[in-house]
Write a protein that binds this ligand. Structure first.
Ligand code: AMP
Length: 231
């Protein structure tokens, strides 16, 4: 199974991607996670990408495409990329994957098609999670991430609100932080980038008959259920 998750920032793709990848036992490839990992390591790629990420802009296509090429063909040229791809990253991405945060431009999508074609592979479905803009801003500004286990949680999560307010991860007790690009001005920039550069992909994949629209309003469980029943 080869899937792409296509949705605006804040629509919950990180959480949904983990669940779907687990369900189908495929590799979860999050370009955002990989880049953040590279940034932490202060690698050449991390340094270059960091400048764009902090401003809420897209990292240039050539850097991203090269990174994806290495992963898909399993060359492992990105230093220690295994852990960043997913917990189950020992598997070969050619057996099945879920792309989370890639492609994000028409150019990336076209290059990705060429890459897959040269490997004799194709995409099965593109999942488009739809959420209203006001809701996206609300979700992003209340998002917190765990330093230790990468769990994504929210100040809107009533069940665990006391711990989250104290900055404690409800899963592992680790320290929570707010991503730099989840500040209000960067959120607006990221949403604009999505509108201008990523939204055209909806039509691109619709024309290829690959698109599945999913209503992204409701609880995380409800959204997972909708995605799974559409596959
Ligand atoms: P995400 O965690 O998917 O929201 O990604 C965080 C940031 O990483 C984005 O705002 C971009 O700066 C960068 N990024 C992630 N994926 C891509 C991509 N496919 N193309 C360009 N930049 C990306």
């Amino acid at each position: 199974m080869r899937l792409i998750l296509l949705d605006p920032p804040g629509a919950g793709k990180g959480t949904q991607a983990k669940r779907i990848a687990e369900k189908f036992n495929i590799v979860h490839i999050s370009t955002g996670d990989i880049l953040r990992e590279e940034l932490k390591k202060n690698s050449e790629l991390g340094k270059k990408a960091g400048e764009y990420m902090q401003k809420g802009e897209l990292v240039p296509d050539d850097l991203i495409i090269e990174m994806i090429k290495n992963i898909i063909s399993n060359k492992e040229n990105i230093s220690n990329n295994e852990k960043s791809i997913s917990e189950k990253s020992k598997k070969n991405a050619q057996n099945g994957f879920l792309m989370d945060g890639f492609p994000r431009t028409l150019n990336q999508a076209k290059k990705f098609d060429e890459m897959l074609e040269s490997l004799g592979l194709s995409i099965d479905k593109v999942i488009n999670i739809e959420v209203k803009k006001e809701e996206l801003v609300k979700r992003l500004s209340s998002r917190r991430v765990c330093h230790s286990c990468n769990n994504i949680c929210s100040l809107n999560d009533k069940k665990n609100i006391d711990e989250i307010k104290l900055g404690k991860c409800p899963v592992c007790g680790g320290e929570l932080f707010q991503r730099k690009d989840d500040s209000e001005d960067v959120i607006m920039q990221r949403l604009e980038v999505y509108e201008n550069q990523t939204k055209p992909l909806i039509n691109y994949y619709k024309q290829k008959n690959l698109l599945v629209d999913i209503d992204g309003m409701g609880s995380e469980d409800e959204i997972t259920e909708r995605i799974l029943s559409s596959l």
